[in-house]
Design a protein around this ligand. Structure first.
Ligand code: UDP
Ligand code: MG
Length: 316
């Protein structure tokens, strides 16, 4: 069995030695050969040097360096495109997802599953805010999404070649990888684990990035927000009708011009609804624009491996 491990790394210099040591220890009993693909997502610290050092110690390490920071999901895509294994495991650099779960994942796959994903039943060492937003996010996403996306599931998963090739054949730019795997289908199963606290360093997902990620996820997997705009406009029309009755009633009863309050109320309410609707349209139109540009997702500036992968040849 030839296994590829894919790890996106942004400013993770401190964790790389531990990461590689724990990965090699976890892999050895389960496969004859392996590659550990570490993608340097435009780090500003010594991550690339750490990857080079790791390769000296462990020749299975493959380094892929992106020309600039492209974000977690794109760095992961770059690593997946560089992977050559029959089975591919992906995980975060910070060791929040235990590589030791590989054995269980491998035996599930031996039973005939194409995808074995990790489901976190508990998150240690993460702020209440992060846990609460993550909880709300996965529930809202499922309420909105057209395909069921497993809850509390990150990118930690083991997939086989067939499924990976299917996902890599999806050309979209706004990549929400866990959703793309869910959409791809095949036989999937979850395996529960406790999410450990980050080994070292701090989260690379500030609130802004989390929000962006959530909007990408919703709009990539659902057209329901567009329908929501239509529903909202129905509701606002209904309210307009009620207001018209009220205005007519007070005109007749009090013989007064309708008060400025209701005018101001109406204007602000309807401009709010219009702005919201426009905003939702804008999200989709913006996405169409980005997809239509059809730019390469990333460029590889350096690669450390014996035979250059397709990704490197493509950008050369
Ligand atoms: N990451 C990346 N590019 C980015 C942000 C994050 O490659 O722009 C990597 C990061 O190095 C880590 C993984 O994505 O391996 C998940 O990030 P993090 O652990 O900070 O997220 P959290 O677990 O806090 O959600
Ligand atoms: Mg993390």
């Amino acid at each position: 069995m030839y296994l590829s491990i894919v790890v996106p790394c942004m400013n993770e210099e401190d964790v790389i030695p531990t990461l590689v040591a724990r990965l090699s220890a976890a892999i050895t009993p389960w496969c004859d050969s392996s590659e550990i693909i570490l993608v340097d997502d435009g780090s500003t610290d010594g991550t690339w040097e750490a990857i080079q050092d790791a390769r000296l110690l462990c020749p299975d390490v493959v380094g892929v360096r992106l020309s600039a920071n492209r974000g977690h999901q794109i760095a992961l895509t770059a690593g997946l495109e560089a992977a050559t294994g029959e089975r591919i495991m992906m995980l975060d650099a910070d060791l929040q997802d235990p590589p030791e779960l590989l054995g269980d994942m491998m035996s599930m796959m031996d039973q005939g599953y194409d995808v074995v994903y990790g489901r976190r039943i508990e998150r240690q060492g993460e702020s209440l805010f992060k846990r609460a937003t993550a909880y709300a996010f996965y529930r809202l996403l499922n309420a909105m999404s057209d395909v069921p996306i497993p809850r509390d599931t990150g990118d930690f998963r083991l997939v086989n070649r067939t499924t990976l090739d299917a996902v890599l054949a999806m050309p979209e730019r706004a990549r929400f990888i866990r959703g793309m795997f869910a959409w791809a289908g095949f036989r999937q199963i979850g395996i529960e684990y406790t999410r450990a606290p980050r080994e070292v360093g701090e989260t690379k997902y500030p609130f802004r990035a989390m929000l962006r990620f959530a909007v990408d996820a919703m709009t990539s997997f659902s057209t329901k927000p567009l329908k929501l705009a239509t529903r909202l406009s129905f509701a606002s029309l209904g309210i307009t009708a009620l207001m018209a009755v009220y205005v007519a009633y007070s005109l007749i009863l009090y013989q007064t011009a309708p008060g400025w309050a209701s005018v101001v109320l109406a204007i602000s309410f309807f401009s709010g609804v219009q702005l919201l609707t426009l905003g939702i349209m804008g999200e989709y139109i913006g996405r169409l624009y980005v997809e239509a540009k059809n730019r390469p997702l990333y460029f590889v500036s350096e690669e450390l491996r014996d035979t250059p992968s397709a990704a490197l040849r493509k950008s050369a």
